[in-house]
Design a protein around this ligand. Structure first.
Ligand code: FBP
Length: 608
């Protein structure tokens, strides 16, 4: 176990000279860290063992139940929409010799490798764990290999998805489904574990249903993964894995930027934070760092704010800070913002329809100008006008290809730069027409002549940042390491019991963990993708009535008018902050023991 004290043997240059990969002092120590294991997975003899899932009185149905029950008839017949809960498997006979394959899907998230470790541990010596290379594509192509214990020991507690690889292929055509069946049959699979977000778990639900219809005796179980935090369902699934690690990485960096802004006193740092749709990452980072300005997409949509009113809101705070002599700060911008501004949303929807119909023709056009000439007449006059008002690079991004699931590639849209440009213009307007009063109501400020002088003399200097990829593959926090290992144990236990069409979940992070299995069909809703209606897992967005949002909303005006930022510092894998879970999750789950998780007793889980 890693020691809290300095170990002089670390001073040797042995680590540096070693040519072995992933062999830094830190990586060698992190692999040895014990992991908390929920008590349902511990046998009477004190060994890791499969849990047994039993029906609860919780029913899990989506709003579109009429439609989903037609698509997922067999799955619903089997699950009866009932949530299962895990209990210690003392009396259950151990079922050995099962063959289970696992894949990663979508963007990386910290802890994926520990899911594999959990699966390997619960399958036991006689079970076989197969890794599927390159995500759903590898599943379709039958690209599998057997994972051994030595490999697990090398990847445990490490970040990234590089051990298996990942991709975003959607299993949609009859031919693809037939190939997936062939992979399951040819490899004699008893179970298939899909580790992914909303789109990937939608894949899992469809494959589970298809196997039931085709009589393929292979359980399909989903694992909730995404740094975005939008694969969550209230008390049933407080959060997906990867969110804690990613938000802690970003919070450290944003904390450093708030500190730098107040030290150098010359820049506004505009930080776009990942999260394709939901602003959950942004909200969590705001709670951890308390920056001057934070935009939350869901609130902007609810208030029907136009792009100009968002610009006005930010510029107003910057102006007031300037009058107080503060001409620096940090502005957090959620990655998905653009799609939540109502007029931008309409434009994107119209573009989706246009692309669905004329994608090929548009792709063939050589220049942006040609594309504009083709597309503008197909849009409503308002959308065409809005599109024309955007910088060329943003326009180009908006007409870029969608991903396989029909999503706009928002990570490639430089929203933070768009805002900077528009706010710069607004600030220069304010300089030219400085008035004495800023804001209204309680926040109204009456400026003195001297303040107006200062206001005019100050310049608006900015730096832009995009924090996304830095946080997806970091070493899992203690929380994500434990959460994922237990999710692996849960998924393996479900397969051993022949359960299919479920997503593994752990709740009650403050009380030793409660392990659940949610019928995936109960999560599915109707969404418009690439201009067409599709059944997909509904994203869990920031709820502006949630406790976490309310705490943020109550405090943000104070953070706006002063430098009250906090710097949470680097992730601690051991030490005083190592047991912290996300603030927003703790608040929304109503935990009283503020932020510390408890997922059972720690054990060294090197698989033998
Ligand atoms: P998942 O939902 O697959 O976990 O990925 C989320 C995400 O990290 C988003 O926040 C971001 O928009 C997207 O991945 C970027 O993905 P890519 O790797 O395709 O650039």
């Amino acid at each position: 176990m890693a020691s809290d004290q300095f170990n002089p043997s670390f001073n040797s240059l042995e680590h540096f000279h070693s040519t072995a990969g992933k062999h830094s002092i830190f990586e060698d120590e992190i692999r040895k860290l014990p992991i908390p294991v929920c008590s349902v997975f511990v046998s009477q003899e004190g060994r890791i063992a499969p849990a047994v899932f039993k029906e609860t009185d919780m029913i899990f149905q989506c709003e579109d139940h009429g439609r989903t029950s037609k698509e997922f008839t067999r799955s619903i017949e089997k699950s009866k929409d009932i949530v299962l809960q895990a209990f210690p498997g003392k009396s259950a006979p151990r079922i050995d010799g099962k063959r289970v394959a696992v894949l990663f899907s979508g963007g990386p998230a910290a802890g994926g490798h520990n899911v594999l470790a959990g699966l390997k541990a619960v399958l036991g010596r006689d079970g076989t764990l197969l890794g599927i290379r390159k995500g759903p594509k590898g599943l379709i192509n039958g690209d599998l290999f057997e994972i051994n214990s030595e490999q697990i020991r090398a990847i445990i507690n490490t970040g990234g998805f590089d051990f298996l690889g990942t991709d975003r292929t959607k299993v949609k055509t009859a031919e693809q489904f037939a190939k997936v069946k062939a992979t399951a049959v040819n490899n004699k699979l008893d179970g298939l574990i899909i580790i992914g977000g909303d789109d990937s778990n939608t894949n899992a639900a469809y494959i589970a249903e298809y196997f039931l219809r085709e009589g393929v005796d292979c359980s399909v179980v989903g694992i909730p993964k995404t740094i975005d935090g939008d694969m969550a369902v209230g008390k049933y699934l407080p959060i997906s894995f990867g969110f804690d690690t990613a938000t802690k990485v970003y919070s450290e960096l944003v904390g450093n930027l708030t500190q730098d802004a107040a030290s150098a006193v010359k820049y506004y740092h505009f930080v776009k934070l990942m999260g394709r749709t939901a602003s959950k990452i942004t909200l969590e980072v705001a709670l951890q760092t308390k920056p001057a300005i934070t935009l939350i997409s869901e609130e902007i949509a609810e208030k029907h704010m136009s792009l100009e009113s968002v610009v006005e809101y930010v510029a107003d705070i910057i102006a007031k800070r300037r009058l107080k002599g503060i001409n620096h700060g940090v502005v957090l911008v959620p990655e998905g913002l653009i799609e939540f501004i109502p007029e931008m949303k309409s434009l994107i929807q119209e573009l989706n329809h246009v692309l669905a119909e004329y994608e090929r023709d548009i792709k063939d056009l050589p220049t942006l100008k040609n594309k504009q000439e083709y597309i503008y007449p197909l849009l409503t006059p308002q959308s065409a006008q809005l599109m024309a008002s955007l910088p060329d690079d943003i326009e180009e991004m908006l007409i870029l290809d969608r991903d396989d699931h029909g999503n706009v590639k928002v990570s490639q849209i430089e929203t933070e730069k768009l805002l900077i440009e528009k706010i710069r213009y607004r600030m220069s307007q304010l300089k030219r027409h400085t008035h004495r009063f800023f804001g209204d109501g309680e926040g109204k400020i009456e400026a003195t002549d001297r303040q107006i002088e200062q206001f005019k003399a100050a310049s608006f200097s900015t730096q832009s940042h995009f924090l996304g990829y830095e946080g997806r593959s970091a070493k899992p926090t203690a929380f994500d390491a434990a959460f994922t290992f237990n999710l692996g144990l849960a998924a393996g236990s479900l397969v051993l019991q022949g359960k299919t069409g479920y997503m593994a979940s752990v709740t009650d992070f403050d009380k030793g963990g409660r392990v659940l299995a949610l019928p995936i069909s109960g999560l599915i809703a109707c969404e418009t993708r690439k201009g067409r209606e599709e059944l997909v897992i509904a994203k869990d967005l920031v709820n502006t009535s949630s406790p976490a949002f309310k705490v943020f909303a109550k405090n943000r005006d104070k953070w706006a008018m002063d430098d009250l930022f906090s710097s949470p510092g680097p992730i601690q894998h051991w030490g005083p902050t190592s047991r912290q879970m996300p603030i927003s999750v703790a608040l929304n789950q109503g935990y009283t023991g503020y932020q510390s998780f408890d997922l059972g007793e720690e054990r060294v889980v090197g698989v033998d």
